[in-house]
Write a protein that binds this ligand. Sequence first.
Ligand code: UDP
Length: 424
Amino acid sequence: MPWWRHFDLSWFVPSESFKLVTFLGIRPDIIRTHKLVRLLDRGQSDNGYRHFYVHSGQHFDDELDGVFHRELGVRPPDLNLAIGRILRRRGKAGHVEQSALLFTNTAKMLEKLRPDAVLYLGDTNTVLSSMIVAKYGIPVLHIEGGGRSFDWRMPEEKNRVVIDHLSDVIYCYLGRYKEILLSEGIPDYRIVVVGNIIVDALNSFLPEADRNTVLERLGVKKRDYILCTLHREENIEDSTGFIAKIRGLQELSHSMPVVFPMMPRVQAKAKSFGLEKLFRNSRIVRTKPLGFLEFLKLEKYARLIVSDSGTVQEEALLLGIPCLVVRRSTERPETIAAGATVLAENDLCRTALRILEKHADWDRGVLNPLGGSPSERIYNDLIVRINSGFFAKSRQFEMLKSNAFVREAYGFVNGNLDNRSCCK
Ligand code: UDP
């Protein structure tokens, strides 16, 4: 049966108005775009465009997807490409199979919806489908552009570079990210600094999160536990490395309990590496992945957060909780510069104890120095670009000429093409 038979496409009516697709794929995407998706839905009639929300289905378990839509009031997607479910049914995993299916189903989605632009967030494999979007000649927009760890060993670093260089508009969080993009030859008119959109998620949900009883449910007390998440390939795929990390957590749990919400993939790895005994001889409180409201409360009242998640790293900074980032590099060095984050690949216990001795006090405004709402800034910029026909023009040579590299390549100097020009 063709994949789109699973979905209700009765709403699909070809129209003349601009069609924008927001294309998301994993848990933190839903959290971070909750406000923007709402703004884009609401603005349609006033601004004469149509907005579709498409989900790649990279995350699909209810605890990694459904719960976030329900809890955060994010509407269900118009279309779900069901990548994860299809691969699980086929018994396939891994980047190659995932990317191949993503490319095929993205192409089908484009043929069905015929969007005028596709908006992405972040550096997951879902953003790799921007390659297909760009090949169809459809403008790509990217939120979280310009993030670089400069660590080419990270799979996500390749995704970041690819999507930024395919994008017609890049929304980056900080001026520093813009500098990186400019240094890579991306023209200024494609880049907008908006602040980090995680700020909107915390502003929207922190008051409500405070009301749940997750601490009582898990038997921990405010400021007397450590919160941990680990899910990156580099930490869980190799048995020696993963076991060393769990041993570190076990040691750490002698000083205070460690709450550890584990993704299904991480639970499966722990089981296959035979870590049950290690967990039993510890004060590690294991749970399933939690909804955002419970997790946010746990973050807010932790003494320390230990995580390999980029988003958790940002949330910790905003909440004033020190964070040990279990990675060898980060694309968010501003959190280290602020004094909120310490990187450590090994020796978790000793590093954590050292952090606990330090006074946690830093500027919590560093992720959003412009203040206000980053989602609103993105929305307002998008509306101006849609109404001014930016996307139709953005690949024209006249606009490209504003890029110093293009001017140099074609011999276009001081507003004129000189005699050496190859395109005269
Ligand atoms: N999160 C959650 N429940 C959990 C663990 C994390 O709601 O059990 C939230 C967390 O607050 C953050 C996001 O999920 O907003 C981070 O997701 P993840 O670590 O999967 O993504 P990454 O940031 O590494 O891309």
